[in-house]
Design a protein around this ligand. Structure first.
Ligand code: SAM
Length: 278
């Protein structure tokens, strides 16, 4: 029996339901309920929120979220083998846990959630970045969520919080920092998971800003940063050549040396450059 909720331990749940981890589903399970409660706490006050959890698996983080007082949890899981284990948690928290057996990449979650919403997930590594980019790039801002608290490979987490001059600085940092405040709140060794992955992991908490940090043209910002970082060692006057013959003048107009490289340029300057295009 686990201290946080009186349900069976996670190792027992995995044995009972024969949940042998599948690599192709990115299944690396957290077994320590003190740790999952800590991750839930790092997401902030959940008592007034609906929480979207992608990939609950055997339910370790789900139980952490509920034990920390989440108003409601919507858990989207692709692997039907996990459903009986999740049903046991739902029975222990009547009316607070809804489980949907679906591919999170294909499901429109808006119909299931009542604001305010926080997203908390130990994401499958193979779809983690894709989901993050989607959550950061809605047509309208602010998005449906207030914060994202997400587990990534440590290397991806570092790309999200990187600053100009850092090796990890690139498009993901710019996308995340333009409209959110991202922080690494926890790092975890491979042994925290079963089976243990090859890499370290980290939890990133991203708080949405009510409005973008700097004015920018979202389409142009995305296009410019893609070009600039696809050839990150090149000078901007050549990596951005396709933006037109006036690119050097445009760079100079916003205070960027045409000989500078993408990795040195701040978010503010990239935003200013994008704003110059109608
Ligand atoms: N939350 C659990 C934990 O912390 O122990 C499991 C995390 S495990 C890293 C990722 C989970 O995402 C697995 O349960 C896997 O089946 C599920 N998953 C993988 N691809 C998915 C998808 N496209 N949509 C929804 N769930 C998915």
């Amino acid at each position: 029996m686990a201290a946080i909720d009186g349900l069976p331990s996670l190792s027992q749940v995995i044995r009972t339901h024969d949940l042998v981890a599948k690599k192709q589903l990115g299944q690396n399970f957290l077994l320590d309920l003190n740790l999952t409660a800590k991750i839930a706490r790092s997401a902030g006050d959940l008592t007034q929120c609906d929480v979207l959890e992608v990939g609950p698996g055997p339910g370790g983080l789900t139980r952490g979220l509920l034990a920390e007082g989440a108003r409601r949890v919507l858990a989207v899981e692709k692997d039907a083998r996990c459903l009986p284990a999740l049903a046991e948690i739902a029975a222990a928290y009547p009316g607070q846990l809804e489980v949907v057996n679906a591919d999170a990449l294909a499901l429109d979650v808006s119909a299931y959630l009542t604001p305010p919403v926080r997203v908390v997930a130990n994401l499958p590594y193979n779809i983690g970045t894709e989901l993050l980019v989607r959550w950061l790039s809605p047509d309208e801002w602010p998005p449906f969520w207030q914060s994202l608290t997400l587990m990534f490979q440590k290397e991806v987490a570092q790309r999200i919080v990187a600053k100009p001059g850092d090796k990890a600085y690139g498009r993901l940092a710019l996308l995340a920092q333009w409209r959110t405040d991202p922080r690494i709140v926890l790092t975890l060794p491979p042994e925290a998971f079963s089976p243990a992955p090859k890499v370290h992991s980290a939890v990133v908490h991203l708080t949405r800003l009510d409005a973008p940090r700097f004015p920018a043209n979202a389409v142009m910002l995305s296009r410019i940063t893609a070009m600039a970082f696809n050839q990150r060692r090149k000078m901007l006057r050549s990596s951005l050549k396709a933006m037109g013959p006036d690119i050097e003048a445009r760079l100079e107009a916003v205070g960027i040396a045409p000989t500078a490289r993408a990795e040195e340029i701040s978010l503010e300057k990239f935003c200013a450059l994008s704003s110059g295009y109608a």
